[in-house]
Write a protein of this length. Structure first.
Length: 309
């Protein structure tokens, strides 16, 4: 009998776990005859999340869990879940019910019966999200799809259901700096998309502040394209030519009119402009060097403090 492993990263989700579990128990009956394995990844929660997960594992024989020694981030939690999952099909889902479990039967059918290797989900609305964050999210998707050859669907969620073949492809990439939305698309395979309107959290507060989302977007851009390095080089060449032209013009003006004092403002502007361009380009290069530094150290993605039998 086939088995579906459902990976659920959790960070301070004590309020959401009870309604989430109730919904999973209901949907589990719709997945038969496919067995369900529920894998909770406690990502260093500081509230009562771990104790609730322990209790769920005792009450339900299909529940397993792993608890990290500290908060390593959602990407590490997803990686741990993929490594731990035993199912023929593997899905990733948040515990806040913003990823509707009711879609699981259709997603499973797409992979199990219709021949797809991946069933993905995307939000067609962002109702309930702050306007500024929604606007920046749309800009991010357009920007990264222009820069990168790996195209990411606007509104795509981490909520996926993958075949074992696709999961093995993900596990074959042990890179430290991970951006799952890009990895799902990079491995290829046929994907069927399921669209739904945005669902607000059932309980608790989001852990994704604007700043964390901004850093995560930079992670995606740096991980899937080197075009910013080429743009930095192009910008440097353009500024070099502009600088040469300005130097020639200022030199000619000095030879003819001998008014070097009057040129102080233009020279100051040139220095500030070129300094800004240099710092900007150095910042881009620094981002790539930082990623290389983290990869070279080869630290583990996570450290397990406790796991179920």
């Amino acid at each position: 009998m086939k088995k579906l492993s459902l990976i659920v990263p959790c960070y301070n989700e004590q309020e959401a776990l009870e309604p989430f579990m109730s919904e999973i128990v209901r949907v589990r009956e719709l997945l038969l005859p496919c067995l369900l394995e529920l894998v909770f990844i406690n990502d260093g929660s500081k509230d009562n999340t771990l104790n609730i997960i322990r209790q769920l594992a005792e009450e339900h024989d299909f529940v397993r869990f792993v608890s990290f020694s500290r908060n390593f981030g959602k990407e590490s939690a997803i990686m741990a879940g993929f490594s731990m999952a035993e199912g023929d099909y593997v899905s990733v889902m948040d515990a806040d019910l913003q990823d509707p479990p009711a879609l699981l039967p259709d997603m499973l059918r797409a992979v199990q019966v219709e021949g797809y290797d991946c069933a993905g989900t995307r939000r067609i609305t962002r109702k309930g999200d702050p306007l500024i964050r929604s606007a920046f999210a749309r800009v991010f998707y357009r920007f990264i799809n222009v820069l990168s050859s790996t195209k990411i669907v606007d509104g795509a969620r981490d909520y996926k259901l993958l075949s074992r073949k696709a999961v093995n492809a993900i596990l074959s990439m042990p890179e430290y700096n991970r951006f799952s939305k890009g990895l799902y698309e990079w491995i290829g395979f046929r994907t069927k998309w399921f669209e739904y309107e945005n669902v607000e959290r059932v309980a608790g507060k989001t852990k994704w502040s604007f700043w964390r989302l901004f850093k995560y977007s930079l992670e995606g851009i740096v991980s899937f394209t080197t075009l910013p390095l080429a743009l930095a080089s192009l910008l440097g060449i353009m500024c070099l030519f502009v600088g040469i032209i300005i130097i020639i013009l200022l030199s000619v003006r000095q030879i003819i009119w001998h008014n070097s004092v009057d040129g102080w403002t233009s020279m100051a502007c040139i220095v500030v402009l070129l300094s800004g361009v240099q710092l900007f380009c150095m910042g881009i290069i620094g981002q790539y060097l930082a990623k290389m530094y983290m990869e070279i150290k080869r630290r583990p993605h996570y450290i397990i403090a406790e796991k179920s039998d």
